[in-house]
Design a protein around this ligand. Structure first.
Ligand SMILES: C=CC1=C(C)c2cc3[nH]c(cc4nc(cc5[nH]c(cc1n2)c(C)c5CCC(=O)O)C(CCC(=O)O)=C4C)c(C)c3C=C
Ligand SMILES: [Fe+2]
Length: 443
């Protein structure tokens, strides 16, 4: 039995892990009791064991922040997120330091049977890797993650709109997968958008994340071909002295007003209910919809703005994320407050004002992005920005109304460009013995 010790703080998203007792086998992966190195026939792994809270675990898991208490670096690798559960991992799991997004199109000739076999293979591999075991299928393990623990690895699978006709499952396609409306600020590259299948990989270790990416890509074999792939990152756990919401590449604290898993209506906002409402196919019970946007930041322009102007664009202070009307990061903004000049303190086009649920008939989403940096262009500008990923029970009541509003008058628009887009139906989590998507593919 694993000697893992897990302590849950009551605050949303707080997860704490303390070292295993002295004399225990510290190389043991929490969910199996067998380490990756042992299975590969090498020596044990240094460090303590720990078990991160998975989505099935319930309350904790505040996505956009990394709000746990300062963590000794030696515990980072030992955290494991369960693969099986009501919801797939990687949705309300705390933000990861490293992420890979990869979309596939089914190969010509691949139909429902081949897709089902692929999801079965992928699920087996995801379960093993998330438990710190070697990759099972597709030949020998590459060894890339040999010395590492699971490092909170999560793998999340989704289906794009085009998957359903290609597999003869058109009648099972949720209406929520209808194409997103065009937005005036779109500069979308179709080659980096959409896809039949989508996989999100997250980990707190870059090698563990890459190892999973490679294993899953190889397992696609002749069934599916890569359509696009993107890499992202966030702050590493333990890098800041105190728990703090993550910053994006504009330097803003980003994620403050995300719905918290501890809030009573969190599940209603983010997950499809069980059973789903009329019109939503039964296989989406416990699932969610991911909107993925590659948003380039025009950093040269942004960085020319004074700090004061940058803060007016968002409506929050850059230093601590507090609303411009005062208080701390968690203080509610006073949207009616005017300054001595008679102007609104939080301008009418401030991003945080017009994206708020109160300004959008309650539209809510869970933002769980990664930053990206894909090098510096010939013109000297960084190809950097946000892999914006938001989760909701219904994109027509989450992303779409908010993006429509932002499209019409967001002060941030002058500093960003939406370059790629995807919308994916992410089924509920797999029960023990099941693979992800089984309820669709064997319906
Ligand atoms: C359509 C949805 C949204 C897109 C696209 C989007 C892009 C985007 N946002 C930031 C930076 C910040 N966003 C903040 C808040 C915020 N943003 C959205 C939605 C989208 N953002 C929402 C729903 C909210 C919460 C509003 C609220 O409830 O009050 C903030 C403030 C801090 C926070 O609450 O997170 C920042 C900063 C960037 C840089 C960006 C594109 C690159
Ligand atoms: Fe935003």
């Amino acid at each position: 039995m694993s000697k893992t010790r897990q302590e849950h703080d009551d605050r949303p998203g707080v997860r704490t892990t303390r070292p295993a007792e002295e004399g225990t086998d510290s190389a043991r992966a929490p969910s199996t009791g067998i380490s990756r190195r042992r299975l590969l026939g090498t020596a044990g792994v240094a460090g303590a064991t720990g078990l991160a809270l998975g989505t099935a675990g319930g309350a904790a898991g505040y996505a956009a922040a990394r709000p746990e208490e300062a963590t000794a670096l030696t515990t980072v690798g030992t955290n494991a997120v369960p693969f099986h559960g009501t919801h797939q991992p990687g949705i309300s799991t705390p933000a990861h330091a490293r992420g890979h997004l990869i979309a596939f199109d089914l190969a010509p000739g691949a139909r429902r049977k081949e897709a089902a076999a692929l999801l079965r293979r992928w699920s087996a591999t995801a379960r093993a890797l998330m438990a710190g075991e070697p990759a099972t299928g597709g030949g020998h393990d590459t060894g890339v993650a040999l010395d590492a623990g699971p490092s909170s690895l999560t793998v999340t699978f989704g289906f794009g709109r085009t998957f359903f006709d290609r597999t003869g499952l058109g009648e099972q396609r949720p209406a929520a997968l209808d194409p997103l409306p065009p937005f005036s600020s779109d500069h979308l590259d179709p080659g980096r958008s959409d896809g039949d299948l989508w996989v999100q990989i997250g980990s707190d270790d870059a090698l563990v994340a890459f190892h999973a990416l490679r294993a899953l890509q190889k397992e696609a074999g002749t069934t599916a071909r890569v359509r696009w792939q993107m890499n992202g990152f966030n702050r590493s756990p333990g890098a800041a002295a105190h728990p703090i919401t993550s910053r994006n590449l504009m330097g803003q604290i980003d994620g403050t007003k995300n719905p918290k898993p501890s809030e009573p209506d969190f599940a209603r906002k983010i997950f499809v209910p069980t059973p789903p409402a009329a019109g939503t196919p039964a296989w989406m019970a416990g699932g969610s919809y991911a909107v993925v946007r590659r948003i380039r930041m025009l950093l040269d322009d942004w960085e020319k703005l004074s700090l004061h102007k940058q803060e007016l664009v968002i409506g929050r202070r850059k230093s601590d994320g507090a609303p411009l009307t005062g208080g701390t990061e968690t203080t509610e903004p006073d949207l009616d407050k005017r300054g001595p000049d008679g102007n609104l303190v939080i301008p009418s086009n401030a991003h945080a004002r017009i994206s708020a649920p109160e300004a959008n008939a309650g539209a809510a989403m869970l933002r769980r992005p990664f930053s990206f940096h894909d090098g510096i262009g010939a013109d000297g500008t960084p190809d950097a920005g946000l892999l914006f990923i938001c989760w909701q029970a219904d994109p027509l009541r989450g992303f779409v109304p908010v993006q429509r509003k932002l499209d019409r008058g967001d002060a941030l628009s002058a500093f960003i460009r939406h370059e790629a887009s995807g919308l994916f139906a992410v089924p509920g989590g797999a029960a023990e013995g099941e693979y992800v998507g089984q309820r669709l593919l064997e319906s």
